[in-house]
Design a protein around this ligand. Structure first.
Ligand SMILES: Cc1cc2nc3c(=O)[nH]c(=O)nc-3n(C[C@H](O)[C@H](O)[C@H](O)COP(=O)(O)OP(=O)(O)OC[C@H]3O[C@@H](n4cnc5c(N)ncnc54)[C@H](O)[C@@H]3O)c2cc1C
Length: 474
């Protein structure tokens, strides 16, 4: 029986397995190797806290691209949502832990199928994959950190985001109880007593999660959040239907043309008294194509100059959450600083966060607890991931031109160092950020999880309404 190994059991790996189970008509063994985060839930949906909400409305969170209403229908089957009017349910920003239940349910149904005709057997191993050896270009041996390795015919790399990057520090902070390098590790037990200060490095969605939790538990202290631009994510809003302005032929646009186009439509929206973020939303179905059409220099310039604005506009939060952040700012519980973090210096009482403000002056803010919320390490080859160190050194995968992840072809087969597409290794998810840019959220990942299953099964792509499914107006 053919064996497919899937490395990573977050949304991407889980849904690759579910799609293999749905689509495969032959006997097939699927082995998911997953570590650190709970199987099926991954980083995003393993939170146990009800204040952590999805940042995408329910109507756009189906895990199956060919069943756009699947998540809303599933929500409806739960007693707490059964009486919510349809319009409200579609626009709901559900708790992320509920979405984790949805994914676990989908996977569970495939692992213990009630349909006796199901030919696919799914197993899960709780371990870290540390190496892969490809034999004769046809089979793979996967080595695990803690257990015996095993053989597979094909492998999907679905390892998610890299861990956050680190900061220079006067002495190693690794064992300092006042520092949390990974914001997804438990930190509540490290909270300083009332009156203390928590410093959050970063002002994105992870910072928002932590501020919400501190508010929810009634922690009585000061929160300082610091990032280069000192800007918080924007709020979702009720928009209007707006023309699809991206031309079919985008290859000629380049970054300058793209900026002009977006600016034109931002202005037009402002004149209509509408939120100019609609112009960014309208790019979404085309983002991957636009990104691929840019030169390396244009991509680098975009990352330097446009990405900060793009991030706060594109990665928006539910209105209720935005209101809670505004309340925290107005009440003085939260202070946001624009500054470039230089180093962390552990002192006797606090950890000093040394940064440069807009004038270039050096400043310091002290934290009794400092949590790194700066997001994934972007330099892929510097991330020191044992599995990828091996794969890169063997030439089985190659870093993309921006060193943000790895290269794949349009079937999601990994590109090897000889320039050929692998017939054994495939990759999906945030690993493809440098190649596709927009590859972090469910609307894109659900399509990848289905396409990679189809590629491995050598099936024609199922028709999905990729563009129509993605609507952005609440
Ligand atoms: C806090 C947060 C909130 C988010 N909210 C939303 C949202 O509301 N809507 C939305 O569309 N998107 C959201 N996202 C985006 C999110 O990244 C995707 O929706 C999706 O969860 C990514 O899943 P993934 O499987 O690719 O990665 P991950 O969830 O990171 O899963 C990867 C898994 O692989 C494991 N792994 C890695 N390396 C190995 C190895 N060598 N061996 C074994 N296992 C390994 C990891 O430990 C992890 O369990 C959010 C992201 C975060 C971080």
């Amino acid at each position: 029986m053919k064996t497919v190994a899937i490395i990573g059991g977050g949304f991407s790996g889980t849904m690759a397995a579910v799609n293999l189970a749905r689509l495969c008509e032959q006997p097939l063994r699927v082995v998911i190797i997953n570590t650190k985060r709970p199987l099926g839930r991954g980083t995003a949906y393993s939170t146990g806290r009800s204040e952590h909400l999805l940042n995408v409305a329910a109507r756009n969170m189906s895990a199956l691209p060919d069943h756009p209403g699947h998540f809303v229908d599933w929500l409806r089957s739960r007693c707490e949502f059964s009486d919510v009017p349809e319009d409200e349910l579609r626009e709901l920003f559900a708790p992320r832990r509920v979405y984790g239940d949805y994914l676990r349910g989908l996977l569970g149904a495939c692992m213990s199928p009630i349909d006796a005709r199901c030919r696919v057997q799914i197993e899960a191993i709780d371990d870290e994959a540390v190496d892969i050896t490809v034999r004769d270009g046809r089979t793979a041996k996967i080595d695990l950190l803690g257990g015996d390795g095993f053989e597979a015919d094909q492998v999907v790399l679905a390892t998610g985001n890299q861990a956050p990057g680190s900061f220079p520090s006067a002495s190693p902070l690794r064992y300092d109880p006042r520092y949390r390098a990974d914001p997804w590790d438990e930190w509540l037990s490290r909270l300083p007593p009332p009156g203390g200060t928590v410093v959050l490095l970063g002002t994105g969605l992870t910072m928002v999660d932590i501020v919400l939790t501190l508010g929810e538990i009634g922690w009585n202290g000061k929160i300082v959040a610091i990032s280069r631009n000192g800007r918080l994510p924007k709020s979702h809003f009720r928009g209007i239907a707006y023309e699809d302005f991206v031309p079919d032929e985008v290859d000629e646009l380049g970054l300058a043309g793209l900026r002009r186009l977006v600016q034109l439509h931002c202005e037009r929206l402002k004149q209509m008294s509408q939120n100019s973020a609609i112009a960014i939303d309208k790019l979404r179905p085309h983002t991957q194509r636009l990104w691929q059409s840019l030169s390396k220099e244009d991509k680098e310039e975009f990352l330097r100059e446009d990405a900060p604005e793009w991030n706060v506009t594109r990665h928006r939060i539910a209105v209720s959450i935005h209101n809670r952040m505004t309340d925290a700012l107005e009440a003085g519980r939260l202070q946001v600083i624009a500054g470039t973090i230089d180093r962390l210096a552990p002192g006797e009482r606090q950890i000093d966060v040394v940064y440069r403000d807009a004038d270039g002056s050096e400043r310091t803010t002290g934290g009794d607890l400092v949590i790194n919320c700066t997001g994934p390490q972007l330099r892929f080859t510097q991330a020191s991931l044992p599995l990828f160190d091996q794969l890169l050194s063997k030439g089985l995968v190659t870093a993309d031109e921006l060193d943000m992840g790895i290269r794949v072809d349009d079937r999601f087969a990994a590109i090897q160092s000889d320039g050929m597409a692998s017939s054994v290794l495939f990759a999906i998810g945030p690993l493809l950020r440098g190649s596709l840019w927009e590859t972090t959220a469910v609307p894109e990942l659900r399509v990848q999880a289905m396409r990679v299953a189809e590629s491995m099964l050598e099936r024609e792509p199922t028709a999905v309404q990729e563009h129509d499914v993605i609507e952005y107006y609440i």
